[in-house]
Design a protein around this ligand. Structure first.
Ligand code: PMP
Ligand code: GLU
Length: 398
């Protein structure tokens, strides 16, 4: 059996693999602490569920326009005006099967062999793999915890070459939770302005920033770059709609037209019912967002404090998203079965086996030595899960 060469360099999604592993363990009767996959445990707002039921009742069961129904595209434009400080038109909007699909469509439309795509690390697992799948080259720009996991303008400038096709920026970040301040973003945009490449801004965690931090869209900060900026967002994180699979891209019209072609030859429209649900999410009551944000902030505080109380684990306070990204190198050397813990992968598998805690090794995000703990679960589960970690570590220390 021979697979296409483009798959040789591509890794499966580690975040999804961890989620599958945890589900397997759960099915075999183990109570697993699910800090692996980043998925809100909340239900979507009532308006979303009602709209979906209503859509089914009304007989919404046919194809829609490839890039989405008109009222949803209008609502996405309105959302951009309210939240992102710019005014796109519906022709710029592509509604997709989740934000991951928006990014994949963009990769198909933009990347080809010979292209370099700048990706600051730690990065979300799918960015480099999607780039590789297109035969293009991900160029990783490392950032350091000491710098708050932020890339400086100078580091970005040093990575740009004539082959640079795009920069993929995610703030607040998965996996670090780090969020650029508007001033820091402006400094990066200054460098982008001096170049000639696409800016793909993954703003899926834009509603999840804590302690009143101001998250501004690159679209608002650099309106002059809108002819080569793409904003990616969706319903998964903001409205806890992961399984509904609705995301979107807002891009300049010629690119939006290309995305229409790509999508028209692949998935066609995202589920019609899910589109009606997403419309209700964007146009219905928005209180759920701040309620979820407050809950996430409280959970973050518990997760970080608890992790820091595990000897050998050190965790920075993230500004946004729902991930704690902890330095676990202090656990290296602990005995584990026949061997000793020697990598972040060992740490993750040790935690799964001995503490029934599912978490994702940092190597998957380009940051070996770290482990990502999602706190999109209740405070009670967070406390119990980290207590279980503490016990496992204490037992290993003997
Ligand atoms: N970008 C980032 C940074 C993510 O963490 C995720 C996963 N929530 C996605 C994109 C994809 O989201 P979706 O579920 O909408 O495909
Ligand atoms: N964004 C989530 C995560 O990183 C969901 C998993 C995925 O889409 O890969 O865990």
């Amino acid at each position: 059996m021979k697979l296409a060469a483009r798959l040789h360099a591509v890794q499966p999604s580690v975040t999804l693999a961890m989620s599958a592993r945890a589900a397997e363990l759960r099915q075999s009767g183990t109570d697993v602490f699910a800090f692996g996959v980043g998925e809100p445990d909340f239900e979507p707002p009532d308006a979303v569920l009602d709209a979906a039921r209503e859509a089914i009742g009304k007989g919404v069961s046919k194809y829609t326009a490839v890039t989405g129904i008109a009222p949803l595209k209008a609502a996405i434009c309105d959302h951009a005006r309210r939240k992102k400080g710019f005014s796109p038109v519906p022709e710029q909007v592509t509604v997709t099967v989740g934000a991951k699909h928006a990014l994949f469509n963009l990769a198909i439309a933009l990347f080809e062999p010979g292209d370099e795509v700048l990706i600051p690390s730690p990065f979300w697992v799918s960015y480099p793999e999607q780039v590789r799948m297109m035969g293009a080259e991900p160029v990783i720009v490392p950032t350091r915890e000491e710098d708050g996991w932020r890339m400086s303008g100078a580091a970005l400038a040093a990575a740009v070459t004539p082959r640079t096709k795009a920069l993929i920026l995610c703030t607040p970040s998965n996996p670090t939770g780090a969020a650029y301040t508007p001033a820091e973003l402006r400094a990066l945009l200054e460098v982008v302005r001096a170049g000639d490449y696409w800016l793909i801004a993954d703003e899926i965690y834009a509603e999840l920033s804590y302690d009143g931090a101001s998250i501004r869209s690159v679209a608002e900060l650099a309106p002059d770059l809108l002819d080569r900026t793409v904003i990616v967002d969706g319903g998964s994180t903001t409205y806890a709609m992961t399984g509904w699979r609705i995301g979107w891209a807002i891009s300049p019209r010629p690119l939006a037209k290309a995305l229409d072609t790509v999508q028209g030859q692949s998935t066609t429209n995202p589920s019609a019912i899910a589109q009606h649900a997403a419309l209700a999410a964007l146009t219905g009551p928005q209180e759920a967002i701040s309620r979820m944000r407050d809950a996430f902030q409280a959970r973050r505080d518990v997760m970080v404090a608890e992790l820091n109380a595990v000897p050998g684990v050190r965790c920075r306070v993230p500004e946004g998203a729902f991930y704690a990204f902890a330095d676990c190198r202090g656990l290296y050397g602990l005995p584990w079965g026949e061997k000793r813990i020697a990598s972040d992968e060992d740490v993750a598998f040790f935690l799964l086996e001995k503490a029934h805690v599912a978490a994702v090794p940092g190597g998957a995000f380009g940051a070996p030595g770290y482990v990502r703990f999602s706190y999109a679960t209740s405070e009670e589960r967070i406390r119990a899960g980290v207590a279980s970690m503490r016990q496992a570590v204490a037992a290993a220390r003997g």
